[in-house]
Structures are given as structure tokens and as C-alpha cells.
Design a protein around this ligand. Sequence first.
Ligand code: NAP
Ligand code: GCO
Length: 267
Amino acid sequence: MGILNSFSLEGKVALVTGASYGIGFAIACGMHDAGAKIVFNDINQELVDKGIAAYKEKGIDAKGYVCDVTDEDAVNALVAKISAEVGDINILVNNAGIIKRIPMCEMTAAQFRQVVDVDLNAPFIVSKAVIPTMIKNGGGKIINICSMMSELGRETVSAYAAAKGGLKMLTRNIASEYGEFNIQCNGIGPGYIETPQTAPLRERQADGSRHPFDAFIIAKTPAARWGTTADLVGPAVFLASEASNFVNGHVLYVDGGILAYIGKQPQ
Ligand code: NAP
Ligand code: GCO
């Protein structure tokens, strides 16, 4: 078994935020398969119940809690409740996120703040809530779900890009400040992944043709396809496991090569 043991998450408690479905759900399932006990939260009971049922269908006894990750008091209470009911959190995946696709000059400051609150302030809040216990227990793993927009901008996603760019630097700063306590904090930067969040970008046109953005992403991706949530599971298990104990402050882009590629020449 040798090297494969270093990828095991046996005996670990993993909290994945916003993990009733989508990327968080897939990462949580993969971490379960690697041996972790899965805990997740979502923003309302309906989503949590949906998530618990979905995990059960996969034979996973996940614990689900209602918690808005932007609410510091609720997050602190959640972390304490998880410690009492399940065990101290060893692995945190800051996955919960939103996007608003609005031209910047049409976006209100309140809309901008709402995106930054969930995508940047919340990872700060949840990380701050779990780090003291990780230090007490001799270390831990924090994985922040960043984005192509941690590196690149595009029209209509100013708030999201600002938040995800900030999340890349928060990742580096947690690594810098807490690395001496054997806490590794890294990011995963998914490319364009098929989830509800990107569904509007993939809708078929009335004539059955691809959405223009869909065709654009295919041309910008060497793999010539959208990613699936399954593509993110191996990288997440790696960053959650002992196999990555000397990887810190890194954002692992799982993008099919988008960031390396100028894009296919239009035919
Ligand atoms: P998604 O399908 O929209 O799922 C996000 C989850 O987070 C949903 O369950 C959502 O609940 C939950 N959530 C939102 N606000 C919350 C809050 N305040 N408190 C607790 N939970 C909250 O998104 P996804 O595509 O799986 O993406 C997951 C993460 O990956 C996000 O951080 C996203 O920015 C990032 N990402 C996605 C892609 C992609 O192509 N899909 C690529 C790069 C990065 P609701 O259902 O109520 O919204
Ligand atoms: C968008 C998309 C992207 C993806 C992802 C790319 O509108 O450009 O939603 O932002 O969600 O973040 O990595």
C-alpha cells in the first residue's frame, strides 16, 4: 500500500461548506471514499435535507447543518456543534460561493458586497473558526475553492473576480501565518465546470446550437471540454491528505489547461 496510504483520510473529519450539490458535494464524496467523516452545511434546511438524501444514495452518512457562512456567530456555533457531535474538524473546504453576472457599472455596491461577503469574507470567517482547534490538535488542512477568476477577469464578473483574487491571497496568507503549526492552506482553481452555477453559460440556443460562451470555453480549453465535478476530486483528496504536507500557499488549477493556452484559432 505504501505511497497510497499517504492519500488516506481515515480518521479525519472534513467540513465542506455549501456542499448539498455541485463541486462541494463531489469533493465531499471523494473525501469520504478516502476515509473521511463528512460534515457539510448549506444555507437552508431544504438544501441540507436534499444533500443528506443525496449522500445517503451514495451510501454516505454525512452530517448536515444549516448555516449561512457569512454569519460569524452562526459559523462559530456550527464549528463548536460539529466538535461536540462529530469531532474536531481536521479538513476544511471553503466551497460555498455565489456569482452575480452584471456589468460593473450596472452593479450596485450592495450586490458587489454580497458576492465578496460569501466568496471572500466567509472563507476568512470559517477558517478563523477552525484554526485554533487545528493548532491544538497538531495541524490541519484548509482548501479554498478559488477560480480562473483568481487570475483572469472578464466582462460582468467584477465582484466575483475581486473576491476570488482575494481568496488566492487569503490562501497564501493563512499558509504564511499558520504553516508553523502544521496547517497547510491551499487553493483549488477549477476551470469551467458543469454545475448549476454555470448552467446559464451552457444553455442550448433556440436553433439547437451551442451557447456562444460554451463554444468560447471549448476553444479556450486544450482539453476541448468543460470540466466535471469528478475532475476536482483527486486534487482535493491530495490537498487534504498527508501526501501534500509540504505543499502550502499553492493554488492548484484544475482547468484542462485554460491558463496555459492562447486559445484555438477561429476556423
Ligand atoms: P453552486 O452550484 O452554486 O453551489 C454553491 C453552493 O454554496 C450552493 O449549495 C449554495 O447554496 C451554497 N451557498 C451559497 N451561499 C451560501 C452561504 N451564504 N452559506 C452557505 N452556503 C451557501 O456552485 P458550484 O459551481 O458547485 O461552485 C462551488 C464553488 O466552486 C464556488 O465557490 C464557486 O465559486 C467555485 N467555482 C465554480 C466553478 C464552476 O465552473 N462551477 C469554477 C470555479 C470555481 P444555494 O443553492 O442557496 O446558492
Ligand atoms: C463565469 C463563470 C466562472 C466560473 C469559474 C471559472 O461566469 O465566468 O461562472 O466564473 O464559475 O469561476 O473558474
